[in-house]
Design a protein around this ligand. Structure first.
Ligand code: NAP
Length: 269
């Protein structure tokens, strides 16, 4: 990736995801010059002290004035008040990480800028792991985020929302793994061994799917279930306890925030 200095990156909102993105961008060669908003000065200053290519701006407006590509990393409720006081330029390029702000609504708030994308980096992008969903991700914005992980283009905004909802299950997925670790530790295994083994096991299952994209997740599940074996028994037990459909319900419950309706159940469940 080659990011010229004329495409200096500005970041509005320096929290968890912005910190990960800034760290990830700073590992690309050559690292782009990045200017970040001053709110939470302790955190912003620590990031600037850690990374030679990062500077803290005097204000949010200074972030815009000193940058070409602007990353919007504010919580949804903070977007309107923050943008109300800011003046964008027509040649700004903006990438919004805000899940519940639709494209057209965000576009109105960044006038006169017209180059807008939506994207969903996740914290592992700090180490360049994982995929980033991109909606209308073009030009310098695309080149920049491609340095953080593989881009998965999504053409319909509603599809972006359904895929984005999945990232709302990161905490539950880690919590499931943590529960498995706790159970193993209760049996006397060291936490280090249990957590490392669980991470390797889950990582290997994901790698198997990545290496055989044509094989469905359902068929991988089926293949692992030896008749009368451990997996078949556990799967049947968890299904009868509605554990899997509880995940669907959690996803359904996120959708009003995106302004979307629950998908039609293929099995009518
Ligand atoms: N975390 C993720 O994995 C992830 C992934 C993709 C997208 N996102 C989205 O990215 C956005 C940020 O998420 P986050 O998890 O990074 O949240 P966060 O850790 O709470 O960070 C948001 C930051 O924005 C700051 N802020 C609020 N108002 C501001 C203003 N007017 N000017 C400058 N900074 C302001 C907040 O400061 P205060 O704390 O002082 O209010 C906070 O430091 C959200 O819309 C989220 O849904 C998050």
């Amino acid at each position: 990736m080659n990011v010229s200095s004329s495409s200096r990156v500005g970041v509005l909102g320096v929290g968890k995801i912005a910190s990960a993105v800034v760290r990830g961008l700073s590992r690309t060669q050559p690292a782009p010059s990045i200017v970040i908003s001053p709110r939470n000065l302790e955190r912003s200053a620590a990031l600037a002290a850690e990374l030679a290519n990062v500077e803290v701006a005097a204000s949010n407006q200074a972030v815009l004035d000193e940058s070409q590509v602007v990353l919007l990393a504010l919580r949804p409720n903070d977007v309107a008040p923050a943008l109300a006081t800011l003046e964008f330029r027509a040649n700004h390029e903006v990438v919004s990480f805000v899940p519940t702000w639709r494209y057209e609504v965000t576009l109105e708030r960044i006038h006169p800028a017209t180059a807008l994308s939506r994207a969903t980096p996740l914290p592992p992008c700090a180490g360049h792991y994982g995929a980033i969903l991109g909606y209308r991700l073009e030009g310098e914005r695309r080149r920049l985020l491609a340095g953080l992980g593989s881009i998965v283009d999504v053409r319909q905004e509603s599809h972006l929302h359904y895929l984005w909802a999945l990232s709302g299950l990161i905490t539950p997925l880690y919590a499931v793994m943590s529960e498995l670790a706790d159970w193993t530790v209760d049996a006397g295994v060291s936490r280090e061994t249990a957590e490392q083994y669980i991470a390797e096991m889950v990582g290997a299952l994901c790698a198997a799917k990545r290496d055989a994209p044509e094989q469905s997740l359902a068929s991988l599940a089926q293949e692992a279930a030896t008749p009368g074996g451990l997996n078949e028994g556990a799967h049947g037990q968890l299904s009868s306890m509605s554990v899997y459909s509880a995940f669907r319900r959690a996803l359904d419950d996120m959708l009003p925030r995106f302004g979307e309706a629950a998908p039609h159940r293929a099995n009518g469940d």
